[in-house]
Ligand binder design. Structure first.
Ligand SMILES: Cc1ncc(COP(=O)(O)O)c(C=O)c1O
Length: 384
């Protein structure tokens, strides 16, 4: 029988060859196929907000798997309805329409289509250093040429402006602009939190020029930054909010929340698996744990503590520590990859954000001592 080999050279998508095969996880600890354990500061690229194998999530997925896994949205479904009701309770005010999908890039793709549909305009404005995904629309919104250059041409109509630069935005948003799409904290671009005054200006400008504001909270959503949604720090509400990653605690899912005034493109956009009962059961359990245990507040306090600990590392290789909640970036003077590999050898998993930033996106319920160990491991890796 033929089988596909795995690993660098064989897989179609490897960003940083880790040389590690993970087989099991529990909370914030993972084990490899040699029985070695690691502290997980990657947490499924920030999706495992409750850690690995959380009992409430495991129970919800197992129970639902025995009842019904897939159910197209042309049919109602009890679990989907329960989840949408629970999501509506916590959604930013006025975002009362939802489209459910399966990933972050799909949520961005849908948001871009909805914006063109609602405005009849072709153009988009996004930010330099921004990251929105790897399908064609999301890739075109993404700035880093690394993700685009081998796949040109992208979707036409995208302009990129400096993140935080009001004058550039003012010049770029015209009567042809369907939407401005931004992350509230740029993640992949190096963990750069946005300024409140800037986001307020973006909101005003979009409203004044008839362009929609899409906030991509795929990485920042569901408590990561210390509020349930990062736009709450900015005290603004977008017209469209993109969600994924932590939404279902690591089970694949995405969502787009839209303002009431947007006409939904009924029947013109859809997804076979979007809103499937298995994902909805996982999302419902995740949201319940997140709110019952007030994990966004925990992310705020523990994130601030970890920021202080990391800032105290005595290393001239650290240029800056940037964070919002438990979204943390340590900017180095040199390449991040060797330090990430050295941390891994010391039993600590981190991920890059661009070439020079070591990023931690741990579970929001990670134990305080384990959070400190992330810093100790990084400090050790930096001196090696
Ligand atoms: C802000 C942002 N948008 C979109 C995406 C794409 O999400 P996915 O990998 O689920 O397609 C990511 C992934 O890292 C992200 O950080």
């Amino acid at each position: 029988m033929r089988s596909f080999p795995t690993g660098p050279g064989h897989e179609f998508s490897v960003t940083l060859a880790r040389g590690l095969t993970l087989v099991r996880g529990r909370g914030s600890r993972v084990w490899d196929d040699q029985g070695r354990s690691y502290l997980d500061g990657v947490a499924g690229h920030g999706s495992l907000i409750l850690g690995h194998a959380h009992p409430r999530l495991t129970e919800a997925i197992s129970r639902q798997a025995a009842v019904m896994t897939s159910c197209p949205v042309s049919f109602g479904n009890d679990v989907r309805q329960q989840y949408l009701a629970a999501l509506a309770e916590v959604a930013p005010p006025g975002l009362n329409r939802a489209f459910l999908c399966n990933s972050g890039t799909e949520s961005v793709e849908a948001a871009l289509k909805f914006a063109r549909f609602a405005t009849g305009r072709p153009g988009f404005v996004s930010a330099r250093r921004g990251f929105h995904g790897r399908t064609f629309g999301a890739m075109s919104a993404t700035f880093n040429p690394l993700y685009r250059r081998d796949f040109t041409p992208g979707v036409p109509g995208f302009a990129h402006v400096g993140f935080g630069n009001e004058a550039e935005l003012d010049a770029a948003v015209t009567t042809d602009t369907a939407a401005v799409i931004l992350e509230v904290v740029q993640g992949e671009g190096g963990v750069h939190p946005g300024r409140r005054a800037y986001f307020r200006r973006v909101r005003e400008l979009c409203t004044a020029r008839g362009a929609l504001l899409i906030l991509d909270e795929v990485q920042t959503g569901f408590g990561r930054t210390g509020r349930l949604f990062a736009c709450q720090h900015m005290e603004i509400v977008p017209d469209i909010l993109c969600l994924a990653k932590g939404i279902a605690g690591g089970f694949p899912m995405g969502a787009v929340l839209c303002a009431d005034h947007l006409e939904p493109p009924l029947g013109r956009h859809g997804s076979t698996f979007g809103g499937n009962p298995l994902a909805c059961a996982a999302a419902l359990a995740t949201l319940r744990v997140l709110t019952e245990e007030d994990l966004p507040a925990r992310a705020a306090t523990e994130g601030a503590r970890l920021h202080a600990i990391l800032s105290a590392i005595d290393s001239d290789r650290i240029v800056a520590v940037r964070s919002q909640g438990l979204m943390i970036g340590v900017q180095l003077a040199d390449r991040a990859a060797p330090t990430i590999q050295a941390s891994q050898r010391a039993g600590i998993l981190a991920l890059p954000a661009g070439r020079r930033v070591v990023r931690f996106l741990p579970a929001l319920n990670m134990d305080p001592t384990e959070l400190e160990q992330l810093s100790t491991g990084l400090a050790a890796a930096l001196t090696n």
